[in-house]
Write a protein that binds this ligand. Sequence first.
Ligand code: PAF
Length: 281
Amino acid sequence: MKIFTTVAETVAYAKEQKEAGKTIGLCPTMGALHEGHMTLMRAARKACDIVIASVFVNPVQFGPNEDYDKYPRQFDADCEKLKAEGVDAVFHPSPEEMYPAGYGTYITVENGITDILCGARRPGHFRGVATVVTKLMNITRADKAFFGQKDAQQVAVVRRFVADLNLPVEVCMVPICREESGLARSSRNSYMSAEEKQAAVVLSRSLRKAKAAYEAGERSAEALKAVTRAELEGEPMAKVDYVDLYTYPALQAADTVTEPCLLAIAVYIGKTRLIDNVILG
Ligand code: PAF
């Protein structure tokens, strides 16, 4: 497995692969890799000739009071996992390599879909994501890029700017990967104590209850959100940030579920903010 730290060597590698007629799959990550990331690698491995993973904790998508410094970094362990999945190359740049002195270009999606859900709580977050993902797609000359459904709003934002900017990349969404308990896998789970992790199971449980209500015929957004919220509020360690429902992937407000809708939640367990979701319909 090749390990690149510069844009120039990654661009040269991608060019060589394209000239040999190979398709390239990109799996962008911030490292601290877990089984959820491996499902992205496997999807890319199946769909593309060459798999490039990026491992980069992108400073531009973190707010000033967020966990950029504390975000887990374990590049050697990450490389072992990527190698075991047959990943061809890893791009692991420094912040200065991605944003050198004089850097001045950012991508913003301005149709409202970054002002709701996590975008409302994390101003500038999706501007940082859109900017780095655009750069990664260009650097790796990706044909397909793979993202997890856990960050469903991120996938909708990526789909939007890829379409708007006519980027020649297919955006692929991979289902949420869960622990046996139901907890969605996340690098941030490592912030929690064993007791907090047990309490965090309430997120997936609340979504399962809402899904069961939907399957039993409930179509009112308010009612489905109420079912979810009631379950979350029954867990003393959980503090609800949001419970919301939008059409998916357009992310428009919906009173009734008459087309695929995203029921998304963000919940603090202690100091750790977790997100989870389910797509209904
Ligand atoms: O989902 C993530 O880990 C990040 O937002 C991404 C897509 C790697 C961009 O930094």
